[in-house]
Design a protein. Structure first.
Length: 577
């Protein structure tokens, strides 16, 4: 393989010429304490860290930055840490999704505007993976993704707890009067025991796994627990590898091909992925100029068995178990006949070479294709007069009796309205009722918050019910479960059909036929449309103003319309810096 001449590095444009501008650059590097031999002719590696003191998923990143730096320096590169927007999932209101595109823009512009030859992207919390990857795709320099890794299993009173999933489960039991305050506080203190992302197959684990399936991580990196010493060694290996990628000029466009995105979608389905994977996969693909849409994902969902027995789609295990069973390499080995193993990865080798000889150490956690957890993949895409541009559901995580269901709608126009009503034990609701929350999409939320797993009304909780059909233009957490139809497009806030639905209208879901309809005749719907009025804009300034004017709908990935690539064209703008 031809090695790139250091005179052709991007950083050489800043430092090599004998002119006044480069004199300024060199003198400022010396101001930082570097001698010329420490930065001239060496690959300069940016370490983009999404750490903050409020980002629990990334609490270990300050130490991992040191590990990456050690690796970069071992093979002759110069590492520089660059902070990136820390869009944590736990504390950011109204939703971190509102800021995913901000992280993507910041990532792209920080890479473009600085003398960086390659980058290590450090993320893990839900929106950080797609945000970092989207920006780096558009910037186009060699990059490798370093996943934060899952936290340790939760534990209380001898029971294993899964983040998110068990929180909602125990909350329902508390609302029903079945557990004490002491037990509730015990769960609260035991459900999140270490640094790292949610240890269920939530959005964080899903997106880290997708990054590996795309070929953007070192083999097996996506499922290493955050506090395992293997994670430290992986971080330093990322540092060593990115330097070699610079010399090889291994840029994202060589890795992120249509075949790589198909592999990622298949792996996502096989893991029992978060519904959020739909929005993020489409957004990343469109940045790379790959035409991936809802119908492609539904087709792959129909064809791909779910083989990762990890909560919430699985019944027993968590990400720590998945890692010790062989992790993502083992899963890809199990479904290898369905993947394109010839695709290139950031290792410089093919996916097939990366998983050659892999073993599964617990085939109840990572099932073989002939003994899946569920016969189809994690996601299904619905169409109908309620969602002409699509909606998504997670069939394996809902009660089978709701896969074909008909019932009356109970419509809420806002989250506060729903929250106020849901604990009214006299609420007129049965298990056949279909709960609907609207005005919670990309523009209506704003930012499409994770409100889609509407709580079960207290009256039904006390009767022993734990699932019912729920519909929204919002998203839900990847740790969620239940018969929830999400991402209804177009959203109600822009006049989608969901805006015309009324309490009492009959809704019919037919999952085998992939249909979601309101049984209201066309004449009545036209009358309602004529009476509908556009809501007032939510923002008049700042990021919200920009977001509301340029964000696309859920079926297009919720990226900004001016950042998505035309299909078939190389991503990004000319490197003019």
């Amino acid at each position: 393989m031809t090695r790139k001449d250091p005179r052709d590095f991007r950083s050489a444009r800043w430092f090599a010429p004998d002119d006044l501008r480069s004199f300024g650059h060199r003198s400022r590097m010396m101001q930082l304490g570097y001698a010329e031999e420490e930065f001239l002719g060496k690959p300069i590696i940016g370490i983009l860290s999404t750490w903050s003191e409020l980002n629990t998923c990334h609490a270990h990143f300050p130490e991992r930055v040191k590990d990456v730096k050690r690796g970069v320096e071992q093979v002759g590169g110069l590492p520089v840490e660059i902070p990136a927007l820390s869009v944590d999932e736990s504390f950011t209101k109204p939703t971190s999704m509102l800021y995913r595109n901000m992280l993507a823009m910041e990532t792209e512009e920080m890479i473009r505007s600085h003398p960086l030859d390659g980058v290590v992207l450090m993320g893990g919390c839900d929106k950080t993976t797609p945000g970092l990857v989207m920006g780096a795709i558009s910037a186009g320099v060699p990059m490798i993704y370093l996943p934060a890794g899952p936290m340790l299993r939760g534990n209380y009173a001898g029971k294993i707890l899964g983040s998110g999933s068990d929180a909602w489960k125990y909350w329902d039991e508390r609302r029903a009067g079945n557990i004490s305050d002491e037990e509730w506080l015990g769960v609260q203190g035991g459900i999140a025991r270490s640094a790292g992302t949610c240890m269920t197959m939530g959005t964080a684990a899903t997106m880290m796994g997708i990054a590996e399936a795309l070929g953007l991580t070192l083999p097996g990196a996506s499922s290493i627990p955050a506090v395992d010493s293997n994670h430290q060694r992986m971080a330093s290996a990322c540092g060593r590898r990115i330097v070699e990628m610079v010399f090889e000029d291994l840029t994202p466009d060589r890795v992120l091909t249509p075949a790589a995105f198909q592999n990622a979608a298949i792996v996502a389905m096989a893991t029992g992925c978060s519904t959020n994977a739909v929005v993020h996969l489409i957004a990343m693909a469109r940045r790379a100029g790959v035409d991936l849409g809802l119908d492609d994902l539904d087709r792959l969902g129909r064809e791909t068995p779910l083989v990762a027995n990890v909560r919430p789609a699985g019944s027993d295990y968590l990400m720590e178990d998945f890692y010790y069973a062989g992790g993502m390499r083992a899963l890809m080995g199990q479904i290898g006949t369905r993947l394109d193993l010839s695709v290139l990865t950031v290792t410089g080798r093919t996916l097939g070479e990366n998983i050659e000889g892999v073993k599964v150490f617990n085939d109840d956690v990572i099932r073989p294709l002939d003994n899946p957890v569920y016969h189809e993949g994690s996601l299904a895409v619905l169409r109908g007069n309620l969602c002409p541009d699509g909606a998504v559901i997670k069939p394996a995580a809902c009660d089978p009796k709701f896969r074909v269901h008909e019932g009356p709608a109970l419509v809420f126009d806002s989250y506060p309205e729903m929250k106020a009503a849901i604990d009214d034990e006299n609420l007129d609701v049965t298990q056949d009722t279909v709960l609907v929350l609207r005005n919670a999409g990309p523009l209506g939320g704003p930012g499409m918050p994770e409100w889609g797993m509407l709580p079960i009304p207290k009256a039904l909780i006390k009767q022993g019910h734990r699932d019912m059909l729920r519909i929204s233009d919002a998203r839900m957490s990847g740790t969620s479960y239940g018969a929830c139809v999400l991402h209804v497009a177009p959203e109600s806030y822009v006049g989608g059909p969901l805006a015309l639905l009324r309490t009492g209208d009959t809704i019919r879901l037919d999952l085998p036929k992939r249909r979601l309809d309101m049984l209201v005749d066309d004449t009545e719907l036209e009358r309602r449309r004529a009476a509908w009025k556009q809501p007032e804009p939510r923002f008049e300034r700042g990021w919200g103003w920009m977001f509301s004017r340029h964000v696309t709908q859920a079926d297009k990935g919720c990226d900004f319309d001016f950042l998505q690539s035309d299909f078939g064209r190389a991503a990004g703008e000319p490197d003019i810096y």
